[in-house]
Design a protein around this ligand. Structure first.
Ligand code: FAD
Length: 245
């Protein structure tokens, strides 16, 4: 996708990665009135999100009610915990479950209508929300969210790989170094959000944490190389549960 804008020297927020996380974060940042840019290293937008094929799990949604499905957040929490071998970060899981229905409604506001339901592994009721049109959910999400992000005035650049996080003298992250076909550029921001996805396509990282899996083929997009993990580690972030892939 040709970038017809110039990268500015400064934004309120820089979002690294253009999958579901990056696109939705950018829209929320715009809702808060922030001046925001998305930097995506691939030539196209969407990351692994554009490959998702089943649906987006949520409990106590209006879509479920319309279908006559009586669900509750407690069951979704317990079943997901069980699926995670009881090793899930419980606070994060609770947050995820309790915000799942509102996430489906929030997407509706932007014309992303996940109005059909199916059941996925480990769930006792239909919780996987997918498009009523039966288009594959991932591409449906990323193509529509991309249109909304552009409409909202977010700057979005493909072929823009973030290679370093910048810090002020107190250690707070205050920008990034980004590589584009025009060279290396420094951009400053009040906040940087790493939305760079996982490392399913990185033989190097898999070899380190799960050597038994290194010869498996992956369904991940080639850019899933754990860049965000490396960038964060370089400035002292602690990693956890790296063997769960
Ligand atoms: C085949 C497949 C099917 C799936 N089906 C489902 C499903 O049905 N339901 C479900 O809930 N989940 C599903 N998943 C999992 C789901 O797709 C992911 O958990 C989710 O998409 C992750 O979103 P994300 O935004 O965090 O990362 P991604 O969507 O992967 O986006 C990360 C983006 O960051 C970019 N990036 C990385 N490093 C840099 C850098 N240094 N600089 C700039 N950009 C960078 C990447 O190129 C990528 O575009 C599936 C996954 C796969 C692979």
């Amino acid at each position: 996708m040709p970038n017809n804008k110039e990268l500015k020297n400064k934004y309120d927020a820089i979002i690294v990665g253009s999958g579901g996380t990056g696109l939705t974060a950018a829209l929320q940042a715009r809702e808060l009135g922030l001046n925001v840019v998305i930097l995506e290293k691939n030539g196209k937008i969407g990351g692994n999100t554009s490959r998702a094929s089943s649906g987006m799990n949520a409990s106590e949604s209006l879509v479920q009610l319309d279908e006559g499905i009586i669900d509750n957040n407690r069951d979704f929490y317990e079943e997901t915990l069980k699926g995670g071998g009881l090793l899930n970060d419980r606070a994060m899981l609770k947050y995820f479950v309790n915000h799942s229905a509102i996430a489906i409604s929030w997407l509706m506001k932007y014309g992303v209508r996940l109005t059909d339901l199916t059941i996925t592994g480990g769930m006792s009721v239909k919780r996987a929300h997918r498009p009523g049109s039966m288009e594959p959910v991932g591409f449906y999400l990323t193509s529509r969210l991309t249109n909304q992000v552009k409409k909202a005035g977010v700057d979005i650049f493909t072929g823009a790989k973030v290679t370093k996080l910048l810090q002020d003298k107190n250690g707070n992250v205050n920008g990034v170094e980004v590589e584009t076909d025009k060279g290396v550029k420094t951009i400053k921001a009040k906040a940087v959000l790493l939305a760079t996805g996982g490392f399913g396509a990185s033989k190097e990282i898999i070899k380190k944490y799960r050597p038994d899996l290194v010869d498996y083929k992956t369904t991940n997009q080639p850019g899933a190389t754990g860049d965000g993990i490396k960038l964060a580690k370089e400035i002292g972030a602690q990693l956890m549960q790296m063997n769960f892939i």
